[in-house]
Design a protein around this ligand. Sequence first.
Ligand SMILES: Nc1ncnc2c1ncn2[C@@H]1O[C@H](COP(=O)(O)OP(=O)(O)OP(=O)(O)O)[C@@H](O)[C@H]1O
Length: 446
Amino acid sequence: MGAIGGDESVQWDKMNGAEVVNGGGSGAGSLDRIQVLVRVRPLSDKEIARGEPAEWECINDTTIMFRSTFPDRPTAPTAYTFDRVFHSECSTKEVYQEGVKEVALSVVGGINSSVFAYGQTSSGKTFTMTGVTECTVADIYDYINKHEERAFVLKFSAIEIYNEVVRDLLSAENTPLRLWDDAEKGTYVENLTEVILRDWNHLKGLISVCEAQRKTGETFLNEKSSRSHQILKLTVESSAREFLGKDKSTTLVASVNFVDLAGSERASQAMSAGTRLKEGCHINKSLLSLGTVIRKLSMGSNAHVPYRDSKLTRILQPSLGGNARTAIICTLSPATSHIEQSRNTLFFGSCAKDVVTNAQVNVVMSDKTLVKHLQKEVARLESELRQPVSNSSLEAQVKEKDNQIRKMEKEIKELKSQRDLAQSRLQDLLQVVGDRDPKHQVFLLM
Ligand SMILES: Nc1ncnc2c1ncn2[C@@H]1O[C@H](COP(=O)(O)OP(=O)(O)OP(=O)(O)O)[C@@H](O)[C@H]1O
Protein backbone atom coordinates (compact mmCIF):
# COMPACT_ATOMS: atom_id res chain seq x y z
CA MET A 1 0.00 0.00 0.00
CA GLY A 2 1.30 3.45 -0.76
CA ALA A 3 0.22 7.00 -0.29
CA ILE A 4 0.53 7.98 -3.91
CA GLY A 5 -2.44 10.22 -4.38
CA GLY A 6 -2.51 11.08 -8.08
CA ASP A 7 -5.92 10.64 -9.68
CA GLU A 8 -7.37 9.24 -6.52
CA SER A 9 -6.34 12.15 -4.31
CA VAL A 10 -7.80 14.58 -6.82
CA GLN A 11 -11.00 12.59 -6.56
CA TRP A 12 -10.85 12.87 -2.78
CA ASP A 13 -10.37 16.63 -3.04
CA LYS A 14 -13.50 16.79 -5.17
CA MET A 15 -15.45 14.58 -2.80
CA ASN A 16 -14.60 16.68 0.19
CA GLY A 17 -14.57 20.22 -1.01
CA ALA A 18 -11.94 22.07 0.94
CA GLU A 19 -10.22 18.99 2.34
CA VAL A 20 -6.44 19.30 1.98
CA VAL A 21 -4.76 16.09 0.96
CA ASN A 22 -1.40 16.08 -0.73
CA GLY A 23 -0.61 13.30 -3.11
CA GLY A 24 1.38 13.22 -6.29
CA GLY A 25 3.80 10.55 -5.18
CA SER A 26 5.54 12.59 -2.53
CA GLY A 27 3.97 10.61 0.27
CA ALA A 28 3.21 13.88 2.08
CA GLY A 29 -0.13 14.06 3.85
CA SER A 30 -2.05 16.68 5.75
CA LEU A 31 -1.05 17.52 9.30
CA ASP A 32 -4.06 17.23 11.53
CA ARG A 33 -4.50 17.83 15.22
CA ILE A 34 -6.35 15.12 17.10
CA GLN A 35 -9.92 16.35 17.59
CA VAL A 36 -10.83 16.26 21.27
CA LEU A 37 -14.47 16.29 22.31
CA VAL A 38 -16.01 16.11 25.76
CA ARG A 39 -19.34 14.55 26.49
CA VAL A 40 -21.02 14.83 29.88
CA ARG A 41 -23.64 12.22 30.62
CA PRO A 42 -26.75 12.89 32.75
CA LEU A 43 -26.62 12.00 36.45
CA SER A 44 -27.48 8.34 36.90
CA ASP A 45 -30.40 7.18 39.05
CA LYS A 46 -27.95 6.06 41.73
CA GLU A 47 -26.16 9.41 41.73
CA ILE A 48 -29.50 11.21 42.02
CA ALA A 49 -30.60 8.85 44.80
CA ARG A 50 -27.39 9.69 46.67
CA GLY A 51 -28.27 13.36 46.28
CA GLU A 52 -25.18 14.15 44.22
CA PRO A 53 -25.39 17.38 42.26
CA ALA A 54 -23.94 17.94 38.78
CA GLU A 55 -20.65 19.80 39.23
CA TRP A 56 -19.80 20.46 35.57
CA GLU A 57 -21.39 22.95 33.24
CA CYS A 58 -20.86 23.36 29.50
CA ILE A 59 -20.88 27.15 29.22
CA ASN A 60 -20.65 27.18 25.43
CA ASP A 61 -19.85 24.81 22.53
CA THR A 62 -16.17 24.57 23.40
CA THR A 63 -15.82 25.24 27.13
CA ILE A 64 -16.66 23.15 30.15
CA MET A 65 -16.47 24.61 33.62
CA PHE A 66 -16.19 23.07 37.05
CA ARG A 67 -18.25 24.90 39.67
CA SER A 68 -18.43 23.31 43.07
CA THR A 69 -21.97 23.38 44.34
CA PHE A 70 -20.93 22.63 47.89
CA PRO A 71 -20.88 25.81 49.98
CA ASP A 72 -18.51 24.16 52.48
CA ARG A 73 -16.00 23.38 49.68
CA PRO A 74 -15.72 26.64 47.77
CA THR A 75 -13.25 26.39 44.89
CA ALA A 76 -12.56 28.81 42.10
CA PRO A 77 -14.35 27.81 38.88
CA THR A 78 -12.00 26.08 36.44
CA ALA A 79 -12.64 26.21 32.70
CA TYR A 80 -11.35 23.74 30.12
CA THR A 81 -11.54 24.31 26.37
CA PHE A 82 -11.82 21.63 23.71
CA ASP A 83 -12.75 21.34 20.05
CA ARG A 84 -16.31 20.68 21.13
CA VAL A 85 -18.11 19.98 24.39
CA PHE A 86 -21.52 18.32 24.65
CA HIS A 87 -23.75 18.78 27.69
CA SER A 88 -25.85 15.99 29.18
CA GLU A 89 -28.92 16.77 27.04
CA CYS A 90 -27.04 16.31 23.74
CA SER A 91 -27.88 13.19 21.77
CA THR A 92 -25.28 10.80 20.39
CA LYS A 93 -26.38 11.86 16.91
CA GLU A 94 -25.33 15.44 17.72
CA VAL A 95 -22.00 14.24 19.07
CA TYR A 96 -21.48 12.32 15.84
CA GLN A 97 -22.64 15.04 13.46
CA GLU A 98 -20.77 17.90 15.08
CA GLY A 99 -17.67 16.22 16.41
CA VAL A 100 -16.93 12.87 14.82
CA LYS A 101 -18.42 12.64 11.33
CA GLU A 102 -15.76 14.57 9.45
CA VAL A 103 -12.94 12.52 10.90
CA ALA A 104 -14.66 9.11 10.72
CA LEU A 105 -15.88 9.50 7.15
CA SER A 106 -12.37 10.24 5.85
CA VAL A 107 -12.22 6.48 5.44
CA VAL A 108 -14.33 6.51 2.26
CA GLY A 109 -11.71 8.73 0.62
CA GLY A 110 -8.79 6.43 1.49
CA ILE A 111 -7.74 8.12 4.73
CA ASN A 112 -7.39 6.08 7.91
CA SER A 113 -9.39 7.33 10.85
CA SER A 114 -9.98 6.44 14.48
CA VAL A 115 -12.55 7.37 17.06
CA PHE A 116 -11.76 6.70 20.74
CA ALA A 117 -13.83 6.93 23.88
CA TYR A 118 -11.79 7.70 26.99
CA GLY A 119 -13.14 8.07 30.50
CA GLN A 120 -13.75 6.38 33.80
CA THR A 121 -16.02 3.39 34.22
CA SER A 122 -19.71 4.27 33.87
CA SER A 123 -19.00 7.64 32.25
CA GLY A 124 -20.68 6.62 28.98
CA LYS A 125 -17.91 5.30 26.70
CA THR A 126 -19.78 2.23 25.45
CA PHE A 127 -23.05 4.16 25.22
CA THR A 128 -21.34 6.79 23.06
CA MET A 129 -19.24 4.45 20.91
CA THR A 130 -22.18 2.18 20.11
CA GLY A 131 -24.14 5.15 18.77
CA VAL A 132 -21.18 6.71 16.98
CA THR A 133 -20.33 3.40 15.27
CA GLU A 134 -23.92 3.03 14.08
CA CYS A 135 -24.05 6.60 12.74
CA THR A 136 -20.72 6.18 10.91
CA VAL A 137 -21.71 2.87 9.33
CA ALA A 138 -25.07 4.31 8.26
CA ASP A 139 -23.28 7.24 6.58
CA ILE A 140 -20.72 4.94 4.91
CA TYR A 141 -23.53 2.84 3.38
CA ASP A 142 -25.32 6.03 2.39
CA TYR A 143 -22.15 7.23 0.69
CA ILE A 144 -21.74 3.90 -1.11
CA ASN A 145 -25.32 4.07 -2.41
CA LYS A 146 -24.73 7.58 -3.72
CA HIS A 147 -21.47 6.68 -5.50
CA GLU A 148 -22.37 3.97 -7.93
CA GLU A 149 -19.42 4.92 -10.10
CA ARG A 150 -17.17 3.24 -7.55
CA ALA A 151 -17.06 -0.41 -6.52
CA PHE A 152 -16.76 -0.87 -2.73
CA VAL A 153 -15.61 -3.77 -0.59
CA LEU A 154 -16.07 -3.55 3.19
CA LYS A 155 -14.19 -5.77 5.63
CA PHE A 156 -14.65 -6.06 9.37
CA SER A 157 -12.49 -7.33 12.21
CA ALA A 158 -12.64 -6.91 15.96
CA ILE A 159 -10.26 -7.42 18.86
CA GLU A 160 -10.30 -7.17 22.59
CA ILE A 161 -7.24 -6.45 24.73
CA TYR A 162 -7.83 -7.94 28.12
CA ASN A 163 -5.02 -8.21 30.68
CA GLU A 164 -2.53 -7.44 27.87
CA VAL A 165 -3.80 -10.43 25.91
CA VAL A 166 -5.24 -9.84 22.44
CA ARG A 167 -8.32 -11.88 21.48
CA ASP A 168 -10.30 -12.17 18.28
CA LEU A 169 -13.88 -11.14 19.03
CA LEU A 170 -15.13 -12.86 15.88
CA SER A 171 -13.66 -16.22 16.80
CA ALA A 172 -15.11 -18.73 19.24
CA GLU A 173 -11.58 -19.82 20.13
CA ASN A 174 -10.08 -18.12 23.12
CA THR A 175 -6.52 -18.27 21.79
CA PRO A 176 -4.34 -15.27 22.53
CA LEU A 177 -3.17 -13.63 19.31
CA ARG A 178 0.32 -12.37 18.68
CA LEU A 179 1.31 -8.98 17.31
CA TRP A 180 3.78 -8.71 14.46
CA ASP A 181 5.56 -5.78 12.91
CA ASP A 182 5.71 -5.39 9.17
CA ALA A 183 7.52 -2.67 7.24
CA GLU A 184 4.50 -2.15 4.96
CA LYS A 185 1.54 -2.91 7.23
CA GLY A 186 2.97 -1.69 10.55
CA THR A 187 1.89 -3.63 13.64
CA TYR A 188 -0.76 -6.23 12.88
CA VAL A 189 -2.56 -9.02 14.71
CA GLU A 190 -1.66 -12.50 13.53
CA ASN A 191 -4.45 -14.82 12.35
CA LEU A 192 -7.18 -12.26 12.96
CA THR A 193 -10.55 -13.03 11.39
CA GLU A 194 -11.52 -10.50 8.73
CA VAL A 195 -15.04 -10.82 7.34
CA ILE A 196 -16.09 -9.38 3.97
CA LEU A 197 -19.42 -7.70 4.63
CA ARG A 198 -22.52 -8.48 2.60
CA ASP A 199 -24.58 -5.55 3.89
CA TRP A 200 -25.33 -3.48 6.94
CA ASN A 201 -27.40 -6.18 8.62
CA HIS A 202 -24.45 -8.53 8.30
CA LEU A 203 -22.30 -5.97 10.14
CA LYS A 204 -24.95 -5.42 12.83
CA GLY A 205 -24.97 -9.19 13.46
CA LEU A 206 -21.18 -9.26 13.78
CA ILE A 207 -21.16 -6.30 16.19
CA SER A 208 -23.65 -8.18 18.39
CA VAL A 209 -21.30 -11.18 18.39
CA CYS A 210 -18.49 -8.89 19.56
CA GLU A 211 -20.63 -7.42 22.33
CA ALA A 212 -21.45 -10.89 23.59
CA GLN A 213 -17.82 -12.00 23.43
CA ARG A 214 -16.43 -8.94 25.15
CA LYS A 215 -15.39 -9.62 28.69
CA THR A 216 -17.54 -7.89 31.21
CA GLY A 217 -17.33 -8.02 34.95
CA GLU A 218 -19.08 -6.52 37.88
CA THR A 219 -17.48 -3.64 39.74
CA PHE A 220 -18.81 -1.25 42.25
CA LEU A 221 -19.06 1.55 39.71
CA ASN A 222 -20.76 -0.10 36.78
CA GLU A 223 -22.64 -3.34 37.08
CA LYS A 224 -21.85 -4.45 33.54
CA SER A 225 -18.53 -2.77 33.41
CA SER A 226 -16.42 -3.39 30.34
CA ARG A 227 -13.09 -4.61 31.59
CA SER A 228 -11.31 -4.70 28.28
CA HIS A 229 -10.26 -2.39 25.49
CA GLN A 230 -12.25 -3.10 22.33
CA ILE A 231 -11.20 -2.13 18.81
CA LEU A 232 -13.66 -2.59 15.95
CA LYS A 233 -12.05 -2.08 12.57
CA LEU A 234 -13.92 -1.42 9.35
CA THR A 235 -11.83 -1.41 6.19
CA VAL A 236 -13.20 0.30 3.10
CA GLU A 237 -11.73 -0.46 -0.32
CA SER A 238 -12.99 1.28 -3.44
CA SER A 239 -12.08 1.51 -7.12
CA ALA A 240 -13.53 3.54 -9.96
CA ARG A 241 -15.68 1.10 -11.97
CA GLU A 242 -14.57 2.54 -15.32
CA PHE A 243 -10.94 1.55 -14.61
CA LEU A 244 -11.63 -1.87 -13.05
CA GLY A 245 -9.33 -4.50 -14.62
CA LYS A 246 -7.57 -1.82 -16.69
CA ASP A 247 -4.05 -0.48 -16.60
CA LYS A 248 -5.01 2.71 -14.75
CA SER A 249 -6.90 0.85 -12.03
CA THR A 250 -6.05 1.90 -8.48
CA THR A 251 -7.83 1.14 -5.24
CA LEU A 252 -8.32 3.40 -2.22
CA VAL A 253 -7.88 1.43 0.99
CA ALA A 254 -8.40 2.79 4.48
CA SER A 255 -9.74 1.68 7.85
CA VAL A 256 -11.78 3.32 10.54
CA ASN A 257 -11.18 2.12 14.13
CA PHE A 258 -13.82 2.41 16.81
CA VAL A 259 -11.99 2.17 20.11
CA ASP A 260 -13.90 1.66 23.35
CA LEU A 261 -11.32 1.80 26.12
CA ALA A 262 -11.72 0.21 29.51
CA GLY A 263 -12.39 2.50 32.47
CA SER A 264 -9.53 4.86 33.21
CA GLU A 265 -9.96 5.01 36.99
CA ARG A 266 -7.51 3.60 39.48
CA ALA A 267 -8.07 -0.02 40.43
CA SER A 268 -8.64 1.02 44.03
CA GLN A 269 -11.51 3.33 43.14
CA ALA A 270 -13.29 0.61 41.25
CA MET A 271 -13.10 -1.27 44.59
CA SER A 272 -11.48 -4.06 42.73
CA ALA A 273 -10.19 -7.10 44.46
CA GLY A 274 -8.69 -10.38 43.35
CA THR A 275 -9.20 -10.84 39.64
CA ARG A 276 -10.62 -7.35 39.34
CA LEU A 277 -7.45 -5.95 40.91
CA LYS A 278 -5.23 -7.83 38.45
CA GLU A 279 -7.39 -6.48 35.63
CA GLY A 280 -7.05 -3.00 37.07
CA CYS A 281 -3.25 -3.21 36.94
CA HIS A 282 -3.20 -4.35 33.32
CA ILE A 283 -5.90 -1.93 32.26
CA ASN A 284 -3.93 0.82 33.91
CA LYS A 285 -0.69 -0.39 32.32
CA SER A 286 -2.24 0.02 28.87
CA LEU A 287 -3.90 3.30 29.77
CA LEU A 288 -0.79 4.53 31.51
CA SER A 289 1.16 3.83 28.31
CA LEU A 290 -1.54 5.59 26.32
CA GLY A 291 -1.26 8.61 28.61
CA THR A 292 2.54 8.63 28.36
CA VAL A 293 2.44 8.33 24.58
CA ILE A 294 -0.09 11.17 24.30
CA ARG A 295 1.93 13.34 26.70
CA LYS A 296 5.20 12.75 24.81
CA LEU A 297 3.53 13.41 21.47
CA SER A 298 1.85 16.55 22.78
CA MET A 299 5.24 17.95 23.78
CA GLY A 300 6.15 17.74 20.10
CA SER A 301 9.74 16.85 20.95
CA ASN A 302 11.80 14.32 19.06
CA ALA A 303 12.07 12.28 22.22
CA HIS A 304 11.43 8.54 22.08
CA VAL A 305 7.70 7.76 22.17
CA PRO A 306 7.15 4.46 24.01
CA TYR A 307 4.50 2.97 21.71
CA ARG A 308 5.90 -0.50 22.36
CA ASP A 309 5.21 -0.41 26.11
CA SER A 310 1.72 -1.89 25.73
CA LYS A 311 -0.36 -3.83 23.24
CA LEU A 312 -2.85 -0.98 23.08
CA THR A 313 -0.32 1.66 22.07
CA ARG A 314 1.43 -0.69 19.61
CA ILE A 315 -1.83 -1.36 17.81
CA LEU A 316 -3.00 2.24 17.96
CA GLN A 317 0.33 3.79 16.96
CA PRO A 318 -0.87 5.02 13.51
CA SER A 319 -3.93 6.64 15.13
CA LEU A 320 -1.83 8.42 17.74
CA GLY A 321 1.04 9.84 15.79
CA GLY A 322 0.89 8.44 12.30
CA ASN A 323 -1.13 8.07 9.15
CA ALA A 324 -4.65 8.68 10.43
CA ARG A 325 -7.20 11.29 11.41
CA THR A 326 -8.31 10.87 15.00
CA ALA A 327 -11.10 12.02 17.29
CA ILE A 328 -11.11 11.33 21.02
CA ILE A 329 -14.36 11.58 22.95
CA CYS A 330 -13.71 12.17 26.64
CA THR A 331 -16.72 10.98 28.60
CA LEU A 332 -17.57 12.43 32.00
CA SER A 333 -19.95 11.79 34.83
CA PRO A 334 -21.02 15.16 36.28
CA ALA A 335 -21.37 13.77 39.80
CA THR A 336 -19.45 15.02 42.84
CA SER A 337 -18.03 11.58 43.61
CA HIS A 338 -16.23 11.51 40.26
CA ILE A 339 -14.60 14.95 40.33
CA GLU A 340 -11.04 13.65 40.52
CA GLN A 341 -11.57 11.16 37.69
CA SER A 342 -13.29 13.80 35.59
CA ARG A 343 -10.32 16.12 36.09
CA ASN A 344 -7.93 13.31 35.08
CA THR A 345 -9.99 12.67 31.96
CA LEU A 346 -9.90 16.36 31.03
CA PHE A 347 -6.14 16.47 31.64
CA PHE A 348 -5.72 13.54 29.24
CA GLY A 349 -7.92 15.35 26.69
CA SER A 350 -5.94 18.59 27.09
CA CYS A 351 -2.69 16.77 26.22
CA ALA A 352 -4.33 14.97 23.29
CA LYS A 353 -5.39 18.35 21.81
CA ASP A 354 -1.76 19.12 21.00
CA VAL A 355 -1.03 15.85 19.21
CA VAL A 356 -0.61 16.05 15.46
CA THR A 357 -1.08 13.18 13.02
CA ASN A 358 -0.15 13.01 9.36
CA ALA A 359 -2.99 11.51 7.34
CA GLN A 360 -2.43 10.40 3.76
CA VAL A 361 -4.59 9.03 1.01
CA ASN A 362 -3.78 5.32 0.79
CA VAL A 363 -3.77 4.05 -2.75
CA VAL A 364 -3.15 0.49 -3.83
CA MET A 365 -2.25 0.09 -7.49
CA SER A 366 -3.20 -2.77 -9.76
CA ASP A 367 -0.34 -5.11 -10.75
CA LYS A 368 -0.14 -3.54 -14.22
CA THR A 369 -0.03 -0.02 -12.83
CA LEU A 370 2.50 -1.10 -10.25
CA VAL A 371 4.76 -2.59 -12.97
CA LYS A 372 4.51 0.66 -14.95
CA HIS A 373 5.30 2.69 -11.84
CA LEU A 374 8.34 0.50 -11.08
CA GLN A 375 9.54 0.69 -14.70
CA LYS A 376 9.46 4.49 -14.46
CA GLU A 377 11.40 4.35 -11.21
CA VAL A 378 14.05 2.07 -12.74
CA ALA A 379 14.42 4.43 -15.74
CA ARG A 380 14.84 7.37 -13.38
CA LEU A 381 17.54 5.59 -11.40
CA GLU A 382 19.33 4.53 -14.59
CA SER A 383 19.41 8.09 -15.89
CA GLU A 384 20.72 9.23 -12.50
CA LEU A 385 23.53 6.68 -12.79
CA ARG A 386 24.44 7.90 -16.27
CA GLN A 387 24.80 11.49 -15.13
CA PRO A 388 28.33 12.66 -14.16
CA VAL A 389 28.82 12.26 -10.49
CA SER A 390 28.65 15.65 -8.89
CA ASN A 391 28.50 14.42 -5.39
CA SER A 392 30.34 16.90 -3.18
CA SER A 393 31.95 14.25 -1.01
CA LEU A 394 33.32 12.52 -4.12
CA GLU A 395 34.70 15.83 -5.33
CA ALA A 396 36.43 16.32 -2.01
CA GLN A 397 37.92 12.84 -2.23
CA VAL A 398 39.27 13.54 -5.74
CA LYS A 399 40.80 16.83 -4.55
CA GLU A 400 42.46 15.03 -1.67
CA LYS A 401 43.92 12.41 -4.04
CA ASP A 402 45.21 15.18 -6.39
CA ASN A 403 46.96 16.83 -3.45
CA GLN A 404 48.48 13.52 -2.42
CA ILE A 405 49.74 12.92 -5.99
CA ARG A 406 51.25 16.42 -6.17
CA LYS A 407 52.95 15.86 -2.80
CA MET A 408 54.33 12.52 -3.92
CA GLU A 409 55.59 14.02 -7.21
CA LYS A 410 57.42 16.68 -5.23
CA GLU A 411 58.97 14.06 -2.98
CA ILE A 412 60.06 12.00 -5.99
CA LYS A 413 61.68 15.13 -7.52
CA GLU A 414 63.57 15.82 -4.31
CA LEU A 415 64.69 12.21 -4.00
CA LYS A 416 65.89 12.26 -7.61
CA SER A 417 67.97 15.40 -7.04
CA GLN A 418 69.42 13.88 -3.83
CA ARG A 419 70.27 10.75 -5.79
CA ASP A 420 71.95 12.79 -8.56
CA LEU A 421 73.94 14.70 -5.99
CA ALA A 422 75.00 11.50 -4.27
CA GLN A 423 76.05 10.00 -7.61
CA SER A 424 78.13 12.98 -8.55
CA ARG A 425 79.84 12.93 -5.12
CA LEU A 426 80.52 9.25 -5.60
CA GLN A 427 82.08 9.95 -8.98
CA ASP A 428 84.29 12.57 -7.43
CA LEU A 429 85.32 10.16 -4.69
CA LEU A 430 86.10 7.42 -7.17
CA GLN A 431 88.16 9.82 -9.14
CA VAL A 432 90.20 10.65 -6.10
CA VAL A 433 90.66 6.99 -5.06
CA GLY A 434 91.45 5.87 -8.66
CA ASP A 435 94.09 8.50 -9.01
CA ARG A 436 95.85 7.15 -5.92
CA ASP A 437 95.50 3.35 -6.51
CA PRO A 438 94.86 1.86 -9.99
CA LYS A 439 93.66 -1.53 -8.45
CA HIS A 440 90.82 0.16 -6.62
CA GLN A 441 89.93 2.06 -9.74
CA VAL A 442 89.41 -1.22 -11.63
CA PHE A 443 87.38 -2.73 -8.77
CA LEU A 444 85.17 0.24 -8.22
CA LEU A 445 84.51 0.72 -11.89
CA MET A 446 83.16 -2.80 -12.21
N1 LIG B 1 -25.22 10.35 27.40
C1 LIG B 1 -25.93 9.44 28.07
N2 LIG B 1 -27.27 9.58 28.18
C2 LIG B 1 -27.99 8.69 28.88
N3 LIG B 1 -27.46 7.60 29.50
C3 LIG B 1 -26.15 7.41 29.43
C4 LIG B 1 -25.32 8.31 28.72
N4 LIG B 1 -24.06 7.87 28.82
C5 LIG B 1 -24.10 6.75 29.54
N5 LIG B 1 -25.35 6.46 29.92
C6 LIG B 1 -25.75 5.33 30.75
O1 LIG B 1 -24.79 5.22 31.80
C7 LIG B 1 -24.45 3.87 32.08
C8 LIG B 1 -22.96 3.64 31.93
O2 LIG B 1 -22.60 3.88 30.57
P1 LIG B 1 -21.55 3.00 29.81
O3 LIG B 1 -21.75 1.54 30.06
O4 LIG B 1 -21.55 3.45 28.43
O5 LIG B 1 -20.23 3.43 30.59
P2 LIG B 1 -18.74 3.05 30.24
O6 LIG B 1 -17.95 4.28 30.37
O7 LIG B 1 -18.67 2.31 28.95
O8 LIG B 1 -18.35 2.08 31.42
P3 LIG B 1 -17.27 0.89 31.40
O9 LIG B 1 -15.94 1.50 31.34
O10 LIG B 1 -17.49 0.20 32.67
O11 LIG B 1 -17.60 0.09 30.20
C9 LIG B 1 -25.27 3.04 31.13
O12 LIG B 1 -26.43 2.60 31.78
C10 LIG B 1 -25.64 4.00 30.01
O13 LIG B 1 -26.87 3.67 29.40
